[in-house]
Design a protein around this ligand. Structure first.
Ligand SMILES: [Zn+2]
Length: 429
């Protein structure tokens, strides 16, 4: 009898209960103008239907019927763009100086809570997807799971777990697990993937934030980089390489590394090589430029750090300008919290503005934070534009960012996965 009751529960009641729990909300966003990321004419007086987490229809008022039971968001006068995607974010990052002193004995629990608070702020800033190219103690992977379960509020996360660091290389610090030689590197990469990482992060040259290795040097051998890339790709994971160096990047591109982070001193030759191979560049230009000087003052950065930063600023800018001129694939990333205040806006928006100052059109810059980043992640079927079947991750601004990128300074409505996280003007019922 009990078995029959169980069978009845499983066959009949359980599906009903599940259905009730997931009964989908239906929202119609009406009257706004949808920016065309392909450079076409914007869609005026649009209707966007959102069912649950996804967009089910986008079209003109005449083409899309609004279901009677839909709740309506009035987007009259608004420009609608996809949620921004920031590809270089370390929510748990501790930089040298005052910040490092204050957080020197941060527990795992405190780290996770600090990261959860940061994640919430990212959504408010209009950033609905991030990639974490390495963070400490796997709090990133826990945060990702927590957000996906709906327990925490934050962007979609694609993460690398802990960075794979070679002895004496960039990222060296007490407590880091080092890996050297192809075998150890493959093992370290597989460990991160087995814990839930969809990317593997390696550091193939020196960097700004630690004094491990020269920024322009190639610290990892071709055999080491080849081994990591091969191991990651076999699992469907992608590889991000921190690199300031043309020599290191040349090796990385040959090995099939998916994205180069920072590229502080990349020359035209290696940028052309990246262009031919389709390798992505995530510039994080904002960290080496004047806009972030007050930030580094605020966190009490030591002089050696500021000197190291200043030493690459001009070359970093030239590398970005050349990358844009050559036509390298660029995915926006900041290496700061996406919402970090910079020049009266956020790091994410300031980064996008710098791309325009360095030679992109506003549309190209907007694409680098939306559809291009979605391609970099291999998620262009579900992210990066406003289209039927994709996640309903979208923002409202009061002007067209494809004409003036600084319109992104005035994001006032944020939807992620059909849920509204910011609505300054009370446009939703
Ligand atoms: Zn970084």
């Amino acid at each position: 009898m009990k078995t029959v009751a169980n069978a009845f529960f499983i066959a009949v009641l359980l599906p009903l209960l599940l259905f009730a729990r997931t009964a989908v909300a239906l929202t119609a966003i009406v009257g706004g103008t949808v920016v065309d990321l392909e450079g076409g004419v914007p869609l005026k007086d649009a209707v966007i239907l959102v069912e649950g987490e996804r967009i089910t229809a986008v079209g003109s008022k005449d083409a899309v019927a609004i279901p009677e039971d839909a709740s309506t968001v009035d987007a009259t006068g608004q420009w609608i763009i996809p949620g921004l995607m920031n590809m270089h974010v370390h929510p748990g990052l501790i930089l040298p100086g005052k910040m490092a002193n204050e957080l020197s004995d941060e527990t795992d629990a405190a780290l996770a809570l600090r990261m959860a608070a940061a994640a919430r702020g990212m959504l408010s800033a209009g950033v609905t997807t991030i990639r974490i190219p390495g963070d400490d103690r796997h709090a990133d992977l826990a945060l990702d799971r927590s957000i996906r379960k709906g327990e925490s509020i934050g962007p979609r996360i694609f993460s690398a777990g802990e960075s794979v660091i070679i002895t004496g290389g960039h990222g060296s610090s007490p407590g880091v697990l080092y890996a050297d030689g192809p075998d150890e590197l493959v093992k370290a990469a597989r460990q991160q993937i087995s814990l839930g990482a969809s990317w593997v992060k390696i550091l193939i040259s020196g960097g700004i934030a630690t004094d491990g290795g020269d920024i322009a040097e190639a610290l990892m051998t071709p055999e080491e980089i080849n081994a990591v890339v091969d191991a990651a790709h076999r699992y469907g994971a992608r590889v991000a390489a921190h690199s300031g160096s043309s020599a290191a990047t040349t090796v990385a591109v040959d090995a099939g590394v998916d994205s180069i982070e920072h590229g502080y001193t990349l020359d035209k030759k290696v940028l052309q090589k990246m262009k031919s191979a389709g390798t992505w560049l995530v510039p994080t230009i904002v960290v080496s430029q004047p806009a972030t000087a007050p930030f580094f003052e605020r966190i009490g950065s030591p002089q050696w750090y500021l000197d190291r930063r200043d030493s690459v600023g001009q070359q970093h800018w030239e590398a970005l300008r050349t990358a844009i001129a050559v036509g390298v694939n660029i995915g926006l990333g900041t290496d700061q919290l996406p919402q970090e205040p910079n020049d009266g806006t956020t790091a994410t928006v300031r980064e996008a503005e710098y791309y325009v100052e360095a030679g992109m059109t506003p549309l190209e810059s907007l694409r680098s934070a939306t559809i291009q980043t979605a391609k970099m992640l291999g998620e262009e079927d579900s992210l990066g534009s406003i289209a039927e079947g994709k996640y309903a991750d979208l923002l409202f601004v009061d002007a067209d960012p494809a004409q003036d990128i600084s319109a992104l300074r005035r994001i006032h409505f944020v939807m992620k996965g059909g849920a509204i996280y910011r609505d300054d003007h009370g446009l939703a019922p």
